[in-house]
Write a protein that binds this ligand. Structure first.
Ligand SMILES: O=P(O)(O)OC[C@H]1O[C@](O)(COP(=O)(O)O)[C@@H](O)[C@@H]1O
Ligand SMILES: [Mg+2]
Ligand SMILES: [Mg+2]
Length: 348
């Protein structure tokens, strides 16, 4: 019997489809020598839910699931039907595997105890980010953070399991439902991005080892509220204009963040007299993106302090957010500082 060794054929006739998210997660488990595989399973559950949500989004206009649901959430914002659907889909997926003991969601007033006796992880999620863009067919997303619970497994959930600073995240990611659907995640060992191939129903590695440019020429901010900006921020925006930077603002944090991560730029949602604590949520939006940003060599602050070091004091806490290329975040922060410094009195 003759035996021939297999030799991979990468001819143009049959391109290799590449590495699936499932396989990648399995390969990466070796970064954690004592891993039980539960975090890997949890990431796979999130990926599966995101495929279902992706399907719902794609047929939304045909299935009568665009528009308002008729409720306001705990943030006082009008819930869209897809906000509610995505929340159900992700929460259900997290219940199934048994790895998660509790979920906190932008769409739920309270912590959801999943009653999983063996669950050692807590998940914070913005099931649908940028939901005001749903009806006009513009990119939206999902954002998630994963923490290890700090109290004993099997005991009742305690506030300290939930109110952890972002620097305790074991993994975080986002899904971007854009011109293609992408899932980007980190477990603290760099950032990798996967593109969804709908005909195969799989995410494939398309953006290995994502790294943000140190500097950029894009600034993303809702400039409609300019007159409420503090002087340092106004000065920064003026400097961007003087340098003829590009202003880009989709109004979906995930999409704005993703673009700036790839191309170099800064995203700003400031505190103003109208929104004294900013608009974005620390637990569901800022923490996950800050973890990813830092893992990709970018930076995230509230204008003064590192986002990941903020100790949360309430579930739906808001925070100002300055996130993106290190040099741009540094520059805006230094202008904020300069203009915040008390004016020295003339003592002559
Ligand atoms: O319309 P504004 O005030 O500029 O706010 C836009 C920001 O609000 C958000 O839509 C909030 O997200 P949700 O849709 O999850 O509430 C961000 O995605 C976005 O960056
Ligand atoms: Mg959001
Ligand atoms: Mg949302």
């Amino acid at each position: 019997m003759k035996i021939k060794h297999y030799c991979p054929d990468n001819s143009k006739l049959a391109y290799s489809v590449g590495v699936t998210l499932d396989r990648f997660i399995k390969i990466k488990q070796k970064d954690f020598p004592f891993a039980s595989g539960e975090l890997s399973q949890l990431l796979r559950d999130i990926a599966l839910a995101s495929k279902i949500v992706n399907r719902e989004i794609n047929r939304a206009g045909l299935a009568n699931i665009v528009g308002a649901f008729g409720n306001t959430n705990v943030q006082g914002e009008e819930q869209q039907k897809l906000d509610v659907i995505a929340n159900i889909r992700f929460t259900r997926a997290l219940t199934k595997g048994g790895e998660v003991c509790a979920v906190v969601s932008e769409e739920d007033d309270e912590v959801i105890d999943l009653q999983n006796k063996s669950g050692k992880y807590v998940v914070a999620i913005d099931p649908l980010d940028g939901s005001s863009n749903i009806d006009v067919n513009i990119s939206i997303g999902t954002i998630f953070s994963i923490y290890r619970r700090v109290t004993p497994i099997g005991s009742p959930i305690q506030p300290e399991d939930i109110m952890q600073p972002g620097n305790q995240q074991v993994a975080a990611g986002y899904v971007l439902y854009g011109s293609s659907t992408m899932l980007v995640y980190t477990t603290g060992h760099g950032v990798n991005g996967f593109t969804y191939e709908p005909s195969l129903g799989e995410f494939f590695l398309s953006h290995p080892d994502m790294y943000a440019p140190e500097n950029g020429k894009i600034y993303s901010i809702n400039e409609g509220t300019y007159r409420h900006f503090e002087p340092g921020l106004k000065a920064y925006i003026e400097s961007c204009k003087n340098k003829e930077f590009s202003a880009r603002y989709i109004g979906s944090l995930v999409a704005d963040f993703h673009r700036n991560l790839l191309k170099g730029g800064v995203y700003i949602y400031p505190a103003t007299d109208k929104v004294p604590k900013g608009k974005l949520r620390l637990l569901y939006e800022a923490n996950a993106l800050a973890f990813i940003a830092e893992q990709a060599g970018a930076k995230a602050t509230d204008g003064t302090q590192r986002i990941l070091d903020i100790i949360p004091s309430s579930l739906h806490q808001r925070t100002p957010l300055y996130i993106g290329s290190v040099k741009m975040v540094d520059e805006v922060e230094s202008l904020l500082r300069k203009h915040r410094e008390p004016v020295m009195e003339n003592t002559k």
